[in-house]
Design a protein. Sequence first.
Length: 295
Amino acid sequence: MTGFARVNGNLQTDNENINWIWEIKSVNGKNLDIKFRLPSEYDDMAFDLRARATKYLCRGNVSVCLDVATETMTKKLKIDESLLANLTEKAIALSEKYKDKLAKPSAAELLAQKGVLELEECTLDEAEQQKIRQKMADDFEKLCGELCVARQKEGAKIKEALVKILHNIAEVTAKIEKLADGLPEKIKDKLKEMLAQYAKDVEISEDRLAQEIVFLVTKADIREEIDRLKAHIKSAEQLLTAEEAVGRKLDFLCQELNREANTTCSKACDIAITNLGMELKALIEQFREQVQNIE
């Protein structure tokens, strides 16, 4: 089932302000496949995050992205004392050697030389890092929850479509059943018509005629297929009202419905039943396509 969610997070320590954005999106899939795109320093969180995600998701191809931005509140100045002393010594020596041409260097000029003065980034201690990771993981669970809400909204629309298609399947099945009830008499009339047309001079006993009618009716009998179709429709209706993940079960029912529809078409000796059987197969395919979108 498709869906998208985003959650912003923030945690401020004594020296740094850390902001992050979680994004998650899911598309249709038979199994649960989660792919993470995390900053390298948080790669080791993937295993725990995957376990957390399975509490919310059962099916689908899921992509998770984490973007982190760190703003240092205070930075320490670091002076390379050795380099500064060496530069100062040489600058003073040159200024004394060329008194009339060179002025003594100022402290600002010496500090401005490359490599003398640097800003030292503050690093987080282990406790602060653990606190940030915990907050990120909590936000990830919130993200999964919001994705479920988005998927449920889409699921409600899909359910409405499935109920409508299932109703149409039941109507076509009822039409086939009605035609099947009159099939024995229709076969009998057709057989008599053929005999009258092609074997009018051949004498056939009533017993022999009855045997042929029974054979043809038995061969074209689709009552079992209709009963199974009705049973599968009822099972699908029950699954659509369930509160659990039913995508796999409905997918299996689609296979069973299609199998019965195929058998009905192959056994039918009536063009009206065959046409309804083809209509039934088209509806089942529509149902199957929608089922691929649910968990």
